[in-house]
Design a protein around this ligand. Structure first.
Ligand SMILES: NC(=O)c1ccc[n+]([C@@H]2O[C@H](COP(=O)([O-])OP(=O)(O)OC[C@H]3O[C@@H](n4cnc5c(N)ncnc54)[C@H](OP(=O)(O)O)[C@@H]3O)[C@@H](O)[C@H]2O)c1
Length: 328
């Protein structure tokens, strides 16, 4: 019989709920333990999702010898310390994006994964979605020629609430690290590291970027025009221009299940049509990697996370967007 992987979740906020609900439908996955800073919150979450254990500290979950893999769903600023703590307790880790606040914070985590021989992957879930895999396949096989340009935007009007993490600088708030990471990742995935980066932003009164616009130039002549915002709601679409076709992603391009491939001979509409949030694809991938005894993902290796965080660092430098973690 195939192994059942006992998952633990740390940080029981919005995304942890969605992840847990998808996890329950994944074959070979069991939501075994959950941890919150508040015991009663952990108890409620455990009872809702039928987890066997509920802990009132994150470390108690990391110490549980029965946990195989931990999903970290805390605000960005805690990802590095939570990941490090789990790796030190010899746990495999799937950590939400961005995996750290900057490349300096990411280096010791990479090293810890190696030292403790543990699996570590950034939870860039969109990477495992069928639509992005399809576009990447078209790109790698040059089905419609080379990718020459990308346009991608992710924007929604967010409530201005400094208590919550989106506008709270101490919690790593701001559009770039929260949602701008998806357009940036799309460009890196399809075109690689840019030769030149330009970026501008508007700041909120709390000192985080409320809207940003980013431009990448490539040695090949390819370009990427990327944006994200908490100030307006947009269809959040992406277009990828190949030499002989344009691929249009459905609304909320990062997690859409709709693609239109437009060529001179017409439009090919693809509907991937799956019934959940879409976290099952990354969960299945993590379990496949663990079953093979891997310490890194084959599809989202640590090098990809390093390139992503280095690019975000570069964009932030252009924006003048500095967090307290940049001084440490
Ligand atoms: N993959 C995706 O689609 C997706 C979507 C949204 C967010 N995310 C990522 O997931 C992470 C969490 O986002 P979220 O929207 O779920 O955030 P959230 O609703 O604010 O939840 C974050 C949780 O982190 C814990 N936490 C620990 N220290 C905290 C502190 N000082 N202040 C506030 N919370 C603290 C809390 O859990 P306890 O009280 O239980 O300890 C809180 O419920 C972020 O890094 C974000 O980038 C990913």
């Amino acid at each position: 019989m195939a192994k059942m992987y006992k998952w633990g979740i740390i940080g029981l906020g919005k995304i942890a709920h969605k992840f847990a609900s998808d996890l329950l439908d994944v074959e070979g996955a069991e939501l075994y333990a959950v941890a919150s800073r508040t015991q009663t919150k952990a108890d409620d979450f455990a009872s809702k999702f039928k987890a066997e254990k509920s802990y009132g500290t994150y470390e108690d979950l990391a110490k549980d010898p029965n946990v195989d893999v931990v999903y970290i769903a805390t605000p960005h600023v805690f990802h590095a310390e939570n990941t490090l703590m789990c790796l030190q307790h010899k746990k495999a880790v799937l950590c939400e994006k961005p995996i750290a606040m900057n490349a300096t914070q990411f280096q010791p985590i990479m090293e810890a994964a190696k030292t403790h021989s543990q699996f570590l992957m950034e939870g860039l879930w969109t990477n495992f979605m069928p639509h992005l895999k399809k576009v990447q396949e078209l790109n790698l096989h040059k089905t419609y020629g080379n990718c020459v340009s990308i346009e991608a935007d992710f924007s929604f009007k967010a409530e201005f609430d400094t208590e919550k993490r989106l506008f709270n600088k101490d919690l790593g708030g701001g559009a770039l690290l929260d949602i701008g990471i998806y357009p940036v990742y799309l460009a890196l995935k399809l075109l690689g590291l840019p030769q030149h980066v330009d970026a501008t932003c508007e700041f909120s009164s709390t000192g985080v970027d409320v809207s940003n616009e980013i431009h990448f130039d490539y040695a090949s002549g390819a370009t990427a025009k990327l944006s994200s915002s908490f100030a307006r709601t947009s269809p959040s679409k992406a277009k990828v221009y190949f030499e002989n076709a344009t691929v249009e992603f459905g609304s909320r391009f990062h997690d859409t299940d709709q693609l239109d491939i437009k060529t001179d001979s017409g439009v090919d509409h693809i509907d991937f049509n799956y019934p959940s949030h879409g976290y099952q694809f990354e969960i299945e991938h993590v379990q496949d990697c663990l079953a093979k005894g891997l310490t890194q993902s084959t599809e989202m290796p640590l090098q990809a996370s390093l390139e992503l965080i280095l690019t975000l660092d570069k964009i932030r430098k252009k924006l003048g967007l500095i967090y307290k973690e940049d001084d440490q």
